[in-house]
Design a protein around this ligand. Structure first.
Ligand SMILES: CC(C)(COP(=O)(O)OP(=O)(O)OC[C@H]1O[C@@H](n2cnc3c(N)ncnc32)[C@H](O)[C@@H]1OP(=O)(O)O)[C@@H](O)C(=O)NCCC(=O)NCCS
Length: 297
C-alpha cells in the first residue's frame, strides 16, 4: 500500500483526531499517553509526523514532546508512535520512529511503546529498553483506614491559590523523575482545563502552612478511577501519609464517584510505591516499555 510520511500540517488536525479515536476504540486502550493527547491541539516544543495512504487517509502518527531539564535531570524528547491496525505488519512504525527522530534532532530521546508493533520496530532498529511503567488495578471499595492523615488538615485543591505550592511540593517529591519531576504551571493548567478535572477529588494534606502531601484522582470516560498523582513531600515520608492519602482517594472514588474499578501507573523501579499499592490490593495488569536510541545517528 502506498503510504507517505511527512511533517504534520495543522490542517490535518481533524483527520488526526478521528484517527486517534479510531485506533483507541479498536485497541480498547488509549493510543497516546495523556501528555501526548493533550498536545494534539498543538503544543509548544512538539514535533509531529503523519502518514497518509493513497486515498489521503491518516494511517500513522508520531509525536515528540520536549521535557525541559530540571534539577539534575537532563531535558529530553519523549516520543510516541501510533499505526493503523491494517498497517501494523508493515514497516510503518519503524518509518515513523525514524522520521520523528530526525525531526527531533539533537538531544536525548525516549520512545514510549504502547503497542507490540512499536516495541518490535524499536527493538529491530537499535533502540534499547530503558524504563518500564507498570499499570496496576484493583476493585473498589477497599477496606483501609487512613490513619496516617491524623494531624493533617485535608483540603480540596483551590484553583488560583494552590498551584505554586502544589507544583513545588510535587517536583520536590519526584526530584530526579524525568517527567513527573519537571511539571510546569502550564502542564498543571492544561490538566485543570480537562473535562475530567474534579477539584473535590484532588486532596492536599497540610501541616500548618506547609503542604505535606497530595493525592489527585481522575475518573476516566469508561468509569474507571485513577490514582493520578500521589506525592509525599520530603520530610513527611514514612509515617503513613502516602498510605492514608491513597486510601482516602480510593474511598472518595468509591463512595462519591461510584467507581468500582481503580487503576494507576507506577515506575517498575519505585519499590516503595509498589509495596504501598500492593498492600492496598492493587495487582500488576500491564507493562509499558520505554526505549533509548542506541544505534548510529
Ligand atoms: C511513594 C510515597 C507516596 C509513599 O509515601 P509515604 O508517606 O512515605 O509512605 P507511608 O508512610 O504511607 O507507607 C510506608 C509504610 O507503611 C504502610 N502503612 C502506612 N499506613 C498504613 C496503614 N494504616 N495500614 C497498613 N499499612 C500502612 C505502607 O504500606 C508502607 O509499608 P512499608 O513500611 O512496608 O514500606 C512517597 O514516598 C512519595 O511521595 N514518593 C515520591 C513520589 C512517588 O513516587 N509517588 C508515587 C508514584 S506512582
Amino acid at each position: 500500500m502506498d503510504v507517505t510520511t511527512s511533517r504534520f500540517h495543522p490542517d490535518q488536525r481533524p483527520a488526526l483526531r478521528a484517527f486517534i479515536s479510531a485506533t483507541t476504540a479498536h485497541d480498547g486502550e488509549p493510543s497516546l499517553s495523556e501528555y501526548k493527547e493533550m498536545r494534539l491541539d498543538g503544543g509548544i516544543d512538539s514535533r509531529e509526523v503523519i502518514s497518509v495512504d493513497a486515498e489521503g487517509r491518516v494511517v500513522g502518527y508520531g509525536q515528540a514532546a520536549w521535557h525541559r531539564a530540571i534539577g539534575g535531570v537532563a531535558g529530553h524528547w519523549a516520543m510516541e508512535v501510533v499505526v493503523a491496525p491494517a498497517h501494523r505488519e508493515s514497516a510503518l512504525a519503524a518509518r515513523l520512529i525514524e522520521e520523528l527522530r530526525r525531526e527531533a534532532g539533537k538531544g536525548q530521546i525516549t520512545l514510549w511503546a504502547r503497542s507490540p508493533d512499536v516495541t518490535a520496530a524499536a527493538r529491530a532498529n537499535g533502540w534499547v529498553l530503558s524504563r518500564r511503567l507498570l499499570e496496576m488495578r484493583t476493585s473498589l471499595p477497599i477496606p483501609c483506614a487512613p490513619e496516617g492523615l491524623a494531624g493533617f488538615a485535608l483540603t480540596a485543591f483551590r484553583m488560583g491559590v494552590d498551584e505554586h505550592e502544589w507544583l513545588s511540593a510535587n517536583n520536590e517529591a519526584f526530584a530526579g523523575h524525568p517527567e513527573n519531576g519537571s511539571m510546569t504551571r502550564r502542564d498543571l493548567e492544561r490538566r485543570i482545563a480537562r473535562p475530567w478535572f474534579d477539584p473535590e477529588g484532588f486532596f492536599l494534606a497540610w501541616d500548618g502552612e506547609s503542604l505535606a502531601g497530595s493525592c489527585w484522582t481522575k475518573v476516566h470516560e469508561d468509569g474507571v478511577g485513577e490514582i493520578y498523582i500521589v506525592a509525599v513531600t520530603p520530610g513527611w515520608e514514612g509515617r503513613g501519609l502516602g498510605y492514608g492519602l491513597v486510601c482516602h482517594g480510593l474511598d472518595y472514588l468509591a463512595s462519591k464517584r461510584q467507581v468500582s474499578s481503580a487503576m494507576l501507573f507506577v515506575g517498575d523501579d519505585n519499590d516503595r510505591a509498589i509495596a504501598l499499592y500492593e498492600k492496598l490490593g492493587f495487582t500488576r495488569t500491564r507493562v509499558l516499555e520505554a526505549f533509548e536510541f542506541g544505534g548510529q545517528s
